[in-house]
Structure formats: C-alpha cells, structure tokens
Write a protein that binds this ligand. Sequence first.
Ligand code: ARG
Ligand code: GLU
Length: 703
Amino acid sequence: MKLKNLIICCTIMAAASPIARADEGMWLPSLIANRIDDMHSKGFRLDAKDIYNINEASLKDAVVLFGGGCTGEIVSAEGLLLTNHHCGYSYIQSHSSVEHDYLRDGFWAMNRSEELPNPGLKVRILERMDNVTSAVLKGCSDELSAEENGKVTSENIKAIVKEAEAAGKGLKATVESMYYGNQYFLFIYKEYSDIRMVGAPPSSIGKFGGDTDNWVWPRHTGDFSMFRIYADKDNNPAEYSIDNVPYQPKKYFKIAATGIQEGDFTFIYGFPGSTLEYIHSSEVDYIQNIGDPSKIHLRTLRLNIIKRYMDSSQKIRIQYSSKYASISNAWKKWQGEEMGLRKNKTSDRKRKEEAAFSAWAEGTEYQGICDKLAALYKELEPYAFMTDYYNETARSIELASFANRYTSMIEEGSPDASSTLEKFYKDWQKEIDKECFMAVMEEFRKNVQENFQPDYFKSMISEYGDVSAWAESLFSSSLFACESSVKGMDINSLQIMKSDPAVVFARSFQQWYNTGILPQARRIKAEIRAAYKDYMRGQMEYAKVCGKSNDFYPDANLTLRVAYGHVEGYSPADGVYYTPSSTLKGIIEKDNPEIFDYNIPQILRDIYASGDFGSWTDANGQVPVCFLATNHTTGGNSGSPVINAEGNLIGINFDRVWEGTMSDIAFDPDRCRNISLDIRYVLFTLEKIAGAPHLIEEMTIIR
Ligand code: ARG
Ligand code: GLU
C-alpha cells in the first residue's frame, strides 16, 4: 500500500473508527479469549474459559434463549429461571382470568405442584459453537452464479444442521452468517420444552411506569418473572409430563446482594437480536432522514388517536393498552435513534471513513465498493420508503388485516377461525380504527408519489373525493365492522367475504406491494448484501493495516454474545446529569393512584412507611431498584444476566435509555446506556411482597 494511504487510514481510523472503542461490542463467547486482557484491565476477575468452555461447566451453561426473543438465566441447582416480566408477559396473561388476574395481582407458586405449564414456551441452552465457514462454502466457486453458489451454501447448511441435531436428544442446531456471509458459525443448543411459571410480581411492580417510563431514566420497573425448566428423569429435554423433574443445570448463577457502585465492572451475557454497525452512510442517511421520521410521524398520529379514546374510557384503556404498548415501543426507540444519529454525526463520520477507505482501496478488489453501495441505496430508496409506508399505513388498519386473515381462515377451513374472531372483537373499537385509517391514509395520499400509488387507491380517492368519505363508506358498509354479521358467515359466504370492502382494501394493497414493490426491493437488497459482503471484508482488511483487526464483532443476530462495560450515569442534556441508580424512594415519589402507570400496590406504600426493608438495602438504607451501565445491548437482551467482576448475578437487563438507542447503528459512549433491574429489588419483592422465602432459599445468595 502507498504510504500516503496508510497515513490517511490510520489518522481516520483513530478519529472516526466504526470499530470497537470504549465499552462497545457484542462479542462471540467462543472467541472471548481475544478480549480477556481488555476485560481484565477493566476489572473482570475470571478467565475466558469461565465464560465459555465446552469441556467443563462455564457461565454459558446458565444463560438461556427464552421463548425465541428474550434471554433468561438459571439461578438454582433445580432449574429456576429469571427473565423479565415483559418477556413472561404473554404467559402470565394466558394464565389470567377474572378470578385469577395474575397480571394485576401477581402469581407465586408456593410449591412445585403449583408451578404452571406453558405450552409452546421453549428455552435453549447453548452446547457449543463452531466456525464452519469452510464446510458451508464447500463447492462454491467463482465459476458458479450467485444463485448457484447460494444453493450450494444452503444445501451444505442443511447437511451440517442435520448431522448436528442427530447427535443427541433435544438438540437443535442453526448455522448463522457472521460479517455479512464472510463467516458462518454452527450453534448447537439443547432445547427444553417443559417450562413452568413460578412467579411474577403484580404489573404495578413488574410493569411500573408502563409506557410512560419505557426507554426512560430514571426508571423504577421491577421487570422480572420466574420460571423453571423441567426435564425427564435423565435430565434430558422432554415434552411436558407430570413425571418430569426440575432440570439440573451444569451451572447456575450465584446472586451477589453485595451491591454496586458507579464504575463497577458489568458483563451482560445474552441473545441480542439485530444491529447494523457496519452499514454505509447512505443507509444511515435513509434511516435518520426518511425511514425513522416517516414511521415516527405515522405512529404519532395513531397513538394520539388511541390515547384520546383510552383516556375517555376504562374499557377502552384495557382493550388498547397492549396494542398501544407495542406501537409506542418502537416509536420511542426510533425517536432516540434518529436524534442520537444526528447528535453523533454518524453519517458524517461514516462518510469520512468511506473516503479514507476508498483511497486505500484503489487498485484492490475493493475499489469502487463505496460508490457502488451509494448508487444501490439511491436505487433502493423509493422501495424502502414504500415498504415503510405500506407497513405503517394500509397494513396498520386493524379491520382490514382481520377481515383478510379471517377470510383466508374460512377458505382454508382453519379450526382457529372462531377464536381469532372472538379475540379481534374483544379488543376492537371501530371509531378508533376509522380515525386511524383517515389519518394514515391521508398521509399516504399526500406523501406517496402518484406514480407509486396503487391503482385501487387512486380509484377510491376519485370515487369518494377524499379519504374521510372513503373511510366512512368502508367502515359502514364492511360486514366485518359488525361482529354478529361475521358470526353468521361460513364457507358459503366466501364470495361475499372476498368482495367485502375491507378485504378488497387489504388484498389490493397486498397485491400492489407484492408485485410492484417487493420484487424490486428484493433484487436491489440482494445486490446490496453481496456488496456488503465485500465491503465488510474490506473494512476488516483495512483495519488490519492499522493494527485494529481485533476490534471487530459481528452484528447481532440472536446468537449468544458477551458485552462488558461498567456502571455509569450520563448527561442527556447540557446542565443535566443522571446518576446511575434508582431506589424505592423514587417509586414513592412517582406513586399516584390517579395515574395507571404509577399506581403502586398498597403493600409497597405500607412497607415504605414502616421502613422495614429486610436486608436488601444500599449504603444509604434505601432499597435499590434499577441501575445504568455502558453495556452494548439491543432487543433480545431483555432478561439477560448482568454479572459482576466475580461472575455473580447483580441484575437483569431490560431496556436502554432512548437517547442511546442509536447504538444499534453506532455506539456513542457518552449517551448509550442499558437499564437493568437491581437483583436486590428482586429479593426484596420475593421476601416482602410475594412472601416467597422458599425461592430466596433456593438461590445461593452472597451477602
Ligand atoms: N423497551 C423495552 C423493550 O424494547 C421494554 C418494552 C416493554 N415495556 C413496555 N412498557 N412496553 O422491549
Ligand atoms: N426491552 C428490550 C428487549 O425486549 C431490550 C431493550 C433494548 O432494545 O435494548 O429485548
């Protein structure tokens, strides 16, 4: 390489590196030996083989993928499992009824026979992971087309998975691409499917702060629930059976009730879902300037409408609280992401890196790759926009989605049709849906270029004159707007159903999207993926020149990762500093029986007034509740164990601060913080609220 380029490279790398600095990074456990010196320098006292070891028990054996989207940790020799309340929510809900409202009142099994089975819930424990790149790429060659190579690869993967799963009972294997297909890793798990619910605090503790506090610091949510893994008599995975026994793990976490201080080492072991740390500036520009703002705007319109109705009626508040929560969760996250990218000047930084990279890449196989990506993004932009718009407008209309789905179910003779019907009408308000339709479809009319609009949409607008008149007609003439008329329909009414305006709406948009948008988007995205594979390899080679090759971690893909950092507050704005821990005192300050999210159980008020907190207090005699740290986490890390320098459990991860959610794209050490539940609040709740000392006794507590 030319000396000039080397100098450019190293100067830029130092100033604006996309690779790991500070506490950034989600590392592969099997390669953690590469990071262990850095971990030690930051306070960690165990060794790499204590984190990941396939010959002896290690911390990995106590971490589980919970329900396919969260993390959990084993905390006793008898398979007791901790995760978040929001990860266990649907199971807690499914056991709840008017007589036993476990969401409202909490649930505690006082003995093993009271633990409740959860059909469908599975947890996976990683047995081992291996780099299988050469086996996956065996038979691929430059002579073959991209498509042919793709076929070879997927056949190889199928064979690898099959062989791995055949090796033992209850084994599940996946092969995951790392670094955009430059490497492949095999993950072999044991999958347990008899998972029973052991306990959950009332939502006024487990979901305290609700959507008001979601993604926000200071936080006071007791976001935990407890389960237990059951196995057959040989400790192997087995379907639910009364004869199953508590699983005996190779390893479980000891609980450190010794407390935390600002600066303490923290280590998160879990299953982060998805990040985009190595993308080109064009993709950042799209997310920051077009994608996020459009989606935020469309959701703001819907949330305002829903909230107005929820505030007006208790019944509607209950009907829409879960829908509101899921719409607002991403909405708030995108706002933080968009703001964080802007403040961090992420795309400017990336452009500088790309310029330096391109100068270095001249004359190499990577020459021109950045320009190619920029051009591909330009081409993708209208299709990406249409996809975002379609999802947040036409696809968000509840009536149309239901009518479409229900019609298909009747056509296919699905046995679930009647339960789907009941579920839909139980929680549906026509006026809300209609107002949302008017709001978002009007945005569609204004913001989607006419040449991209579906013909169906244009003909509706010309027939009715405007969106409101169209909505009035659709919601009054659709048979699906009335539960009793839908109940009267069966396979003989299929033609009527198919020509119903709500079904026509859903299917016309679907048809437009599937034929006019999706194929183009897919084609361009395939080209982008191929270019990213080269770009990623180029970035890694380029970093090697500067001695930084050790600092790459693959994007999150719901595989087990290590993220280490430390307890630290942050400054969200000039003149403001947030300290890193919250206490029960803050819950009492927020307490307000008039505000649903802040209405706490009377027993908590009484305990606070009595000052009898057991042994679960901090140095000031307060009950600690949550804390902030600098660990690099994302969705999927919910429920992850937060581990101290000695490898013991100090908390359960459950959220990030919204100002730092840009860490999915670029980690900014100044504002990216994860939020964890302090384990002492779990112990306090078990002792003082649940009256479940047997669960505390089952764990190993370091006091
Ligand atoms: N923000 C957290 C996550 O992304 C928690 C979501 C559940 N809580 C809520 N209030 N909606 O999953
Ligand atoms: N609440 C998220 C989850 O369910 C974790 C928050 C985040 O995105 O970091 O996984």
